[in-house]
Write a protein that binds this ligand. Structure first.
Ligand code: F3S
Length: 442
């Protein structure tokens, strides 16, 4: 019998992408074959995001696109936008099934029921305090070198701009034995770098006895064949002495931390309900650098938060410049229904937000270039993720431990280089890449 086909479309962050991979496995186990979103399929699953108004818009657009592609297919909307605004999603005539960000373990069965009875369903469950970690199977493995492992879910921080706690529920963690088993399986299937991810990653283990992120990292480091571990993001308040000691002692944990700042202005941070001041953030950065001077520190910065006057923005720019980040992700504030900041006075005009974004992005580019250039002339390890070229001239692309994208000229073995760690001398840069020449392969 011909296999049924399912296609996926994912919006949003790495957590969503991890979950899509897990849902793919779920459908494969139920006898489906996975196809591209642009091809005909029996079922389309759109894993939505709601972090900004644009994310909602893009989620709706993907749903409509799926319906246009296959008028008779079953369209499933899942993820954060579906969890946050189930009625809005259900009202779309293109949608057959709405499920949120949990309770998806039996999604293929729900689809099978819909095939018998095509009346649209909205099965989004609100979060309760007792909700547990959604045990989807490990994601599909596609012979990549760097893979994401979701180990934590939920957030209770209460930043005034953020809708994520409302759509991701309370804190919960993947049990450590399961996290180790999943990481082991990833390594056995070819992954050499694992990026640990979660909604509030630093609070991994908060609801478990005697488990912290540092403890889990120590366990994961013992996995033979695993070359690198990386943290996707960590809140300033979660960087403990225990964690820093672990990072410093480790040969596998990458010297790169993504520590969300959001604003470099104290007044705005306080209105955002972020639990630190710029001075405390700077103190943390100095402490980290005093122990690991070459540590790459990247961050997220938001511009145009309600009440942000020009002087707040200038102070934020000056603070960001003084920290000297290795990379900057810039976001313009977007009011999210149901969050306190959406009701704050002093909403900033779109044109002003756009101009402030441009200024922050420009600063980010300069800082990234200056951080990158410090490595010219040094010896680095690049984990090759992608190879291009032909005949005897091949180029590999990958990252250094400090998360610097590097292009490496390789010999005639071509694609055999994928997944290899190559020792290189950094000779210069090519646009936003570093350029490396191999010394030896590890
Ligand atoms: Fe979007 Fe949900 Fe991630 S809102 S950014 S997909 S946690």
């Amino acid at each position: 019998m011909k296999k049924k086909k399912v296609a996926f479309y994912t919006l949003g962050c790495k957590v969503n992408f991890c979950e899509t991979e897990a849902l793919q496995t779920l459908f494969e186990k139920a006898g489906y074959s996975v196809t591209d979103f642009d091809r005909p399929a029996d079922v389309y699953v759109i894993n939505t995001c709601t972090v900004t108004g644009i994310s909602d818009h893009k989620s709706r657009k993907a749903i409509r696109r799926a319906r246009r592609r296959a008028p008779g297919a079953i369209i499933v909307a899942t993820g954060c936008y579906a969890q946050g605004f189930p009625d809005e999603v259900e009202a779309m005539e293109q949608v057959d099934l709405v499920v949120g960000t949990h309770g998806r373990e039996n999604l293929p069965q729900l689809v099978a029921e819909l095939e018998q009875d095509r009346s649209p369903r909205q099965l989004v469950r609100p979060y309760g305090d007792s909700c547990t970690f959604e045990m989807l199977p490990p994601g599909r493995r596609r012979g990549r070198t760097r893979g994401f492992l979701k180990i934590q879910e939920g957030c209770n921080q209460g930043c005034t701009y953020c809708i994520v706690p409302a759509v991701r529920g309370p804190l919960r963690s993947l049990p450590p034995e399961e996290a180790v088993a999943r990481a082991q399986a990833m390594v056995e299937s070819g992954y050499r770098e694992i990026v640990l991810t979660g909604i509030h990653l630093g609070l991994y283990g908060a609801e478990l006895e005697g488990v912290t992120l540092a403890v889990l990292l120590e366990e994961l480091e013992r996995i033979p064949g695993l070359l690198r571990l990386r943290l996707s993001s960590i809140e300033p308040s979660d960087i403990t002495g225990e964690l820093v000691e672990r990072i410093i002692a480790s040969e596998k944990i990458c010297p790169h931390l993504h520590i969300p700042l959001q604003s470099g202005d104290g007044e705005i941070l306080s209105m955002m309900n972020r639990p630190y001041t710029p001075e405390e953030y700077l103190y943390l950065v100095r402490w980290l650098r005093s122990m690991k001077s070459d540590l790459a520190i990247s961050t997220d910065v938001m511009v145009g938060f309600p009440g942000e006057r020009e002087e707040n923005h200038r102070r934020s720019l000056a603070f960001v410049r003084s920290v000297n980040f290795s990379r900057l992700h810039v976001f313009a504030y977007s009011p999210r229904p149901g969050t306190p900041a959406a009701e704050f006075p002093g909403q900033v005009e779109r044109a002003v937000k756009e101009r402030r974004s441009r200024e922050m992005i420009e600063l980010g580019k300069k800082m990234a270039a200056s951080f990158r250039r410090k490595f010219i002339g040094s010896r680095q390890e690049v984990l090759i993720e992608k190879v291009s070229g032909q005949d005897s001239q091949f180029f590999g692309e990958g990252f250094t431990p400090h998360y610097l994208r590097t292009r490496v000229s390789l010999d005639g073995r071509g694609r055999g280089w994928t997944g290899k760690a190559v020792e290189v001398i950094i000779e210069g840069e090519e646009g936003e890449f570093l350029r490396g020449v191999p010394l030896r392969q590890t």
